[in-house]
Design a binder for this molecule. Structure first.
Ligand SMILES: [Fe+2]
Length: 349
């Protein structure tokens, strides 16, 4: 059901307050041709109501000739900010940027964060923002899980569908997404509620079996028949199954880049207000479907780039693949069993 402009502004006031915006702060709202004007306006109005110094940065849209589809996660690396140092400096001058455009996976975003500027991405439809409005409790639960993931030196994932995957951990940091940007240099995304890290290079091994109902992003499709991914030394070596396996093989081959088969971030969902079913109620171009990434107890597996944590794999193709019904074990101890969060206790909803 539609959210009013007034409610949208009130929600922004709440999330910007969680993000420590007050009258001492400067807030830049980053937008482009395709930004949702209601979200831009609500962000500007809310920041003003909190007494912050507010300004807009508008950049012309950029379309890479090889990019397919409208989903902004479908082509990583280049953004409207690429090569525009003057605009980057204007953004770095802010305490917090509300990104309604999508800088994610760009080197410019990493450079801006290193200056201490915080970034809050908000590109989902207002009704999704409303349903998954972040809370302090979300942060406590995600951070409780992060404390466990930071200590882990191995991860194993199994499922009744046939998954049997393992990797060592420790080379790359643990990243949390709880929906607001409250620390210097923090990037976050409203809506979210999950955590992840990256396998040590060359350590991911085994098989992941996508079962009926698991999700392929950015395709925004529910798998209708099993797809098997065979993983060796950190890369997907074989993809087999029926039509969906063929589609995935063809899509990844399109990029003509062996790096697309590398394993990217892996983690699990902790957001009970995100729904596995929500994707089926939206058109594909409504947003990027954070419901699918964040829903409680999913194992979120992904492929492609690892540059945002200092890795060397820069590739435009990024698949996010949430799986249901998995067991996830850290150093042999379960955190998720059959798709339900079992530990740490403080991370459970
Ligand atoms: Fe991802």
């Amino acid at each position: 059901m539609p959210v009013s402009d007034r409610e949208l502004t009130q929600m922004f006031e709440r999330v910007l307050t969680l993000s420590k915006v007050d009258k001492t702060q400067s807030v830049a709202v980053l937008k482009s041709d395709y930004s949702n004007p209601r979200i831009v306006r609500a962000a500007m109005d809310a920041a003003q109501r909190l007494g912050a110094s507010v300004y807009g940065v508008e950049l012309p849209a950029f379309n890479h000739p090889r990019a397919m589809g409208m989903d902004m996660t479908a082509y990583c690396g280049d953004t409207p900010l690429t090569g525009n140092l003057a605009a980057q400096r204007a953004l770095e001058a802010a305490d917090l940027i509300v990104d309604t455009m999508m800088l994610l996976h760009s080197p410019e975003q990493e450079q801006i964060l290193k200056t201490g500027t915080r970034i809050l991405l908000a590109v989902e439809p207002p009704e999704v923002l409303a349903r998954i409005l972040p809370t302090e409790e979300d942060k406590l639960r995600v951070n409780a899980a992060a404390e466990r993931l930071k200590r882990a030196r191995s991860i194993a994932v199994t499922s009744k569908a046939g998954s049997d995957f393992r990797a060592t951990l420790g080379q790359y940091p643990t990243v949390t997404e709880y929906g607001f940007a409250d620390e210097p240099g923090r990037w976050d995304h409203w809506p979210s509620g999950f955590l992840f890290s990256w396998p040590d290079e060359s350590s991911a091994e085994g098989t992941l079996v996508l079962d009926v109902g698991d999700i392929l992003l950015p395709f925004k499709t529910y798998v209708r028949e099993k797809v098997t991914l065979e993983i060796e030394e950190g890369f997907i070596r074989r993809i087999h199954g029926g039509f969906e396996a063929e589609y995935l093989r063809d899509y990844m081959a399109y990029f003509k880049d062996p790096e697309v088969y590398g394993i990217s971030h892996i983690g699990w969902g902790l957001q009970p207000r995100a729904q596995w079913t929500a994707m089926g109620l939206h058109d594909k171009n409504d947003g990027m479907c954070m419901d699918a990434r964040a829903f409680y107890g999913n194992f979120l597996f992904s492929t492609g780039p690892n540059t945002e944590v200092g890795g060397s794999r820069k590739t435009p193709c990024h698949m996010d693949i949430p799986l249901r019904g998995c067991d996830i074990l850290l150093d042999g101890e379960p955190v998720v069993l059959a798709g339900d969060v079992v530990a740490p206790e403080a991370s459970r909803a």
